[in-house]
Ligand binder design. Structure first.
Ligand code: MLT
Length: 271
């Protein structure tokens, strides 16, 4: 399904009835990375809403102005899109679940619309903003993506986003994620990269979060460290931390049953 909002077409899936869960995907992926969760939770009495974030997947972005265009898609814009999508579906409050870039968007969502959040789930997450080195690296990556497309990104990322066992034992999953990456639009990916370079540092905001929060880490995540997860857990008062073995950055895809089980326990306690 698609809705038109703030100058773009936002693609999304919706399934099930009950308490809403909004799933926010990572970079440079799309909403299909949540297929296993949407199928599972929609059968379990939840209404799953899964958008493609602005400029990614099948969602468009505000048109490019030319080769010199270096616009950034801010995490805040993506969070506002999610809120508008909820408005259009007449969802007042939801559990917000984000992985990696989706977690930056989820934190923005909580900052902007705390009253609309029933529970927060952040996976492969980090609260701190980008330092100068990270900013520069993201700017360079954005420029490279515009020039060369997403193939080199897939080559560089695939060995990093999975645990060792996933790489050895789940070639179909690796191929599926590869396809997701290479199908991502160049301009949307580059704009998201610039948006992540400019993302807000939420470190001091975490203490203000008064919402039940689940922090999930993949034990072999080489993109986000256990310290990143621990930091979130230490600073968000009502949080608990779960770690998934034999999982890297894309833990929900690598260990879907274990991942879903962690969410079930959290949702059972909080709702
Ligand atoms: C993601 O999976 O969303 C990215 O690894 C996020 C990032 O580059 O920080």
């Amino acid at each position: 399904m698609k809705i038109h909002l703030r100058g773009i077409d936002l693609a999304f899936d919706e399934a099930g009835e009950g308490t809403a869960i909004v799933f926010l995907h990572g970079y440079p992926f799309n909403r299909t990375m949540w297929d296993e969760q949407a199928a599972f939770f929609s059968r379990r009495g939840y209404r799953c809403v899964v958008p493609d974030l602005r400029g990614l997947g099948e969602s468009t972005e505000v048109g490019e102005s030319g080769p010199e265009d270096k616009h950034a898609t801010m995490m805040e814009e993506m969070a506002r899109d999610a809120a508008l999508l909820m408005d259009s579906l007449e969802i007042d409050r939801a559990v917000i679940c984000g992985l990696s870039m989706g977690s930056y968007v989820a934190l923005e969502f909580v900052r902007l619309f705390p009253a609309r959040v029933l529970g927060l789930i952040v996976c492969g997450a980090r609260a701190q903003g980008a330092d100068d080195k990270e900013r520069q690296s993201r700017e360079e990556q954005a420029a490279r993506i515009v020039e060369e497309g997403l193939e080199p990104v897939a080559e560089a990322m695939l060995s990093k986003v999975f645990a060792r066992r996933t790489l050895e034992e789940k070639p179909q999953l690796v191929a599926r994620v590869r396809e997701m990456i290479v199908q991502t639009h160049r301009t949307g990916a580059a704009a998201a990269q610039r948006g992540m370079a400019a993302r807000r540092d939420h470190s001091s905001f975490l203490a203000e979060i008064r919402i039940p929060t689940l922090v999930i880490a993949g034990r072999e995540d080489s993109i986000r460290s256990p310290e990143d997860a621990e930091f979130l857990h230490q600073h968000i008062r009502q949080s608990w931390l779960e770690t998934i073995a034999d999982a890297g950055h894309l833990m929900n895809l690598e260990q879907p049953e274990v991942f879903n089980d962690k969410l079930v326990k959290f949702l059972d306690v909080t709702h």
